[in-house]
Design a protein around this ligand. Structure first.
Ligand SMILES: [Zn+2]
Length: 428
């Protein structure tokens, strides 16, 4: 099975950040030629007037929370979390599966091809990933038994999950830890030990709010990043979401240990976490940073175009410096940098021969993107485009959506089932 993307403007995101006018040829799920391709594909997508870019990688997500979209708006995190966990306690496996599937369809529609999830029942999320055809980096969340709503011990559940899901081309399992406010030193140590033993990554929330940092300092005498370094949790296998309330010393600790950071500006702004994650300093010190939407509870959407624009504006506005976060930089955060953060950049994150074909075709012919010149494509993508401009989404060479039609699942059925499930959940 081969696929030809004909006549687009290719935003390669390769090391030279080349923009090429031409074709992309895909065979066996991989990109085999870029430029002027003199062959026909089994399937052809006409990309005239469109950009072809590497699909977005959402570096921090809780996809099944689509069912909770909008239930805790306009509240701080400290009020949102108990509300979320009260509903969590009622969720069934089926609810998680349909919530995740709804989220996968939403991502496919807006050009996201991979996501890094943190939740329980990740085996159900994995089912949604396979059904939709997306690529999932799925972290089963752990925390102290005393705080969990999971059935059974979170650490045992997580280990069973990573052991079962290994060697799947589309699902990469990993271990999560919710955060220092519900996980003891022992939980962090055991998560790391299980991660090492199964050779999988770790995913945690870190220094999201001032209350978290102050609470932890009162308890341990150390800020969360310092404490995680002391207990030996920090390695280059760790991706930490948020890192809003971190000092320069902590930024250097993250850099020293190769910890990658998922920057979630929309979530942080909506929850009024205060402060702004020092992303420019993180990048300067060598921390790998990617972009995450975080949960539909604290973002309400998962359109990476929207989050790229907010990321750029947030840093410009608060630094009084329009150059501090360029359009090219935020596109990097959403593609190749996120791939590097997950140690997956040999396979995904850019359009290069030999990589897996995870691609998005984005129309540049809309009213809101006109006038268009090839040299302004990055600006159009970051400041003008929306998820609804995505015409086709491809993962591993498979077309998940083309011409606005999702091919892998029955979208209307997924929406109806999700609506019904949420209704039952909130009626009960
Ligand atoms: Zn989160």
């Amino acid at each position: 099975m081969s696929l030809l993307l004909r006549g687009g403007l290719i935003v390669t995101q390769d090391p030279q950040r080349r923009l090429l006018a031409g074709d992309v040829f895909v065979e066996g799920g991989r990109i085999t030629a870029i430029g002027s391709v003199d062959r026909e594909g089994d399937e052809v997508i006409d990309c005239a007037g469109s950009a072809v870019l590497p699909g977005f990688i959402n570096l921090h997500h809780h996809v099944a929370n689509t069912l909770l979209r909008g239930v805790a708006d306009d509240r701080p995190l400290e009020e949102m979390l108990p509300k979320a966990s009260a509903i969590d306690a009622k969720l069934t496996r089926r609810d998680v599966q349909i919530g995740a599937l709804l989220g996968c369809v939403e991502m496919v529609r807006s050009g996201t091809t991979s996501f890094h999830d943190l939740f329980y029942w990740e085996d159900e999320v994995a089912r949604a990933v396979r059904e939709s055809g997306m690529r999932g980096f799925l972290s089963w969340v752990t925390l102290d038994d005393a705080f969990t709503t999971q059935h059974g011990s979170p650490l045992k559940n997580a280990e069973v999950f990573v052991a079962k899901q290994k060697d799947d081309p589309l699902v990469t399992p990993s271990l999560g830890v919710q955060g220092v406010y519900v996980a003891s030193e022992e939980t962090y140590a055991r998560a790391r030990e299980i991660g090492d033993r199964h050779d999988v990554r770790l995913h945690t929330h870190l220094s999201e709010t001032r209350a978290e940092v102050e609470g932890h300092r009162n308890k341990t005498g150390l800020r969360p990043v310092e404490w995680l370094e002391k207990i030996g949790f920090l390695t280059d296998r760790v991706t930490a979401a948020h890192c809003v309330w971190v000092t320069m010393n902590e930024v250097r600790i993250l850099a020293r240990h190769g910890v990658s950071v998922a920057h979630c500006p929309v979530s942080n702004m909506k929850l009024a976490s205060g402060g702004v994650a020092p992303v420019p300093e993180m990048m300067r010190e060598g921390v790998l940073v990617g972009l995450g939407t975080d949960s539909p509870l604290s973002n309400n959407g998962m359109d990476v175009f929207a989050d790229m624009k907010v990321a750029a504006l947030l840093h410009k506005a608060t630094r009084w410096d329009p150059r501090v976060m360029s359009a090219q930089t935020v596109l990097d955060l959403a593609t190749i940098h996120a791939a590097r953060a997950l140690h997956a950049d040999r396979e995904i994150g850019s359009i290069e021969v030999g990589k897996r074909a995870d691609l998005a075709v984005v129309s540049l012919k809309g009213v809101h993107t006109t006038p268009f010149y090839p040299e302004t494509v990055i600006s159009r993508l970051v400041y003008s485009c929306r998820g609804s401009d995505v015409r086709a989404t491809i993962v591993d060479g498979q077309i998940l959506m083309a011409d606005g039609v999702v091919r892998t699942v029955d979208e209307a059925d997924v929406v109806a089932r999700a609506q019904e499930t949420a209704h039952e959940l909130f009626e009960a």
